[in-house]
Design a protein around this ligand. Structure first.
Ligand code: ZN
Length: 343
């Protein structure tokens, strides 16, 4: 009998309305500073319970302790001037945001997410996954007024990420996932140096490592961008052969409801694949049957041993009840697939 399929999410989950503003990508906390940690912890624990209840077997803390997946990591990094805001088009000008600016050598003098990882580790018996931004995506979400190039800056951030990841791994986290949505915006640069930076970030870790590459949250800017990509989204075609030759263990990709040709998954024969079998758009809640069909489609191209069911991307900006129903469908659909496809 093949091993049972596991289900997980890409990482972020919506924040409760009592913790932060909802349905927005850069929410403000609603809790005073001195109560923030306890409330974030409460929210994370509710999501851990929700994931377990839905049958997920790789559990995250839902990124409840950070406002945004990139800036949550950057906030304790030295060498960044948060008052020097630069307006910058990110993900190849898909959206414009005000970002802080690197003005000196970047360094990490203390753990950033360790306490959060400990909360996760202490509150579930299941496998745990913790997400960090990938080095290339960091350099695409911060302005550079110090290093000679984005590439040089990425290599420096990669070393800081490696030190952080090592601490999280020592705290018992099973999978560290680096989020690299920028890979899809800069496919050539990713192959030229993005994967090299990722290799620095994962070097000598004791846990499994993953990279998440998607077409972005289900927000208008991304939906418009997706519309412009034509009938076949072929970005993965450039990336996957290089990733297949890398030391990363798992690749998380977007598939459900997308125009990604399913056969591109064949380009990752050496990797475990977290296949997006559930979308992150707010206006459609999948049924377990739909999830099962998406799994069936993926299994035409990946082996049962490689397959892990996942969401296409993070769910941070969607309504909380929608996210709960999607996770439930993900868990139930995976369970159905276990009955039908494994014996
Ligand atoms: Zn994503």
């Amino acid at each position: 009998m093949a091993k049972k399929f596991k289900a997980t999410t890409a990482g972020s989950l919506p924040k409760y309305g009592w913790l932060a503003e909802t349905e927005t990508l850069w929410p403000k906390w609603k809790v005073p500073e001195n109560e923030l940690w306890e409330k974030q912890k409460e929210s994370a624990m509710l999501w851990i319970e929700e994931q377990e209840k839905s049958g997920l077997e790789i559990i995250s803390e839902g990124e409840q302790f950070r406002i945004h997946f990139v800036h949550g990591f950057l906030k304790k990094i030295k060498g960044i001037d948060w008052n020097k805001k630069t307006k910058m088009g990110i993900r190849n000008d898909r959206y414009t945001v005000e970002v802080p600016t690197v003005v000196d050598v970047v360094s990490r003098e203390e753990s950033i997410h360790l306490k959060e990882a400990q909360v996760l580790r202490e509150h579930t018996e299941q496998l745990t996954k913790f997400t960090l931004p990938g080095p290339m995506t960091i350099t695409d979400t911060i302005a550079n007024d110090f290093y000679s190039s984005k590439q040089e800056m990425a290599m420096h951030f990669a070393q800081l990420l490696n030190a952080e990841a090592n601490e999280l791994s020592q705290a018992g986290i099973d999978i560290i996932q680096f989020d690299e949505p920028a890979f899809n915006s800069f496919t050539n640069e990713s192959v030229e140096w993005g994967i090299e930076a990722l290799e620095i970030a994962i070097k000598n870790l004791d846990c499994k490592t993953a990279v998440h590459i998607c077409y972005g949250y289900g927000i208008d800017e991304n939906l418009r961008w997706k519309d412009s990509l034509g009938n076949q989204w072929n970005e993965y075609k450039t990336l996957f052969p290089a990733l297949n030759n890398s030391n990363i263990d798992q690749v998380s990709l977007e598939f459900a409801g997308s125009k990604v040709p399913a056969e591109l998954m064949r380009l990752l024969p050496n990797k475990e694949i977290m296949v997006g079998v559930i979308t992150v758009v707010a206006d459609h809640i999948e049924t377990p049957e739909e999830v099962k069909l998406n799994i069936a489609e993926a299994l035409k191209h990946v082996s049962k041993d490689q397959f892990i069911a996942c969401s296409n991307c993070g769910m941070a900006p969607i309504p909380i009840e929608t996210a709960k129903l999607k996770i439930k469908a993900l868990g139930e659909g995976t369970k159905m697939a276990n009955t039908v496809f494994l014996d």
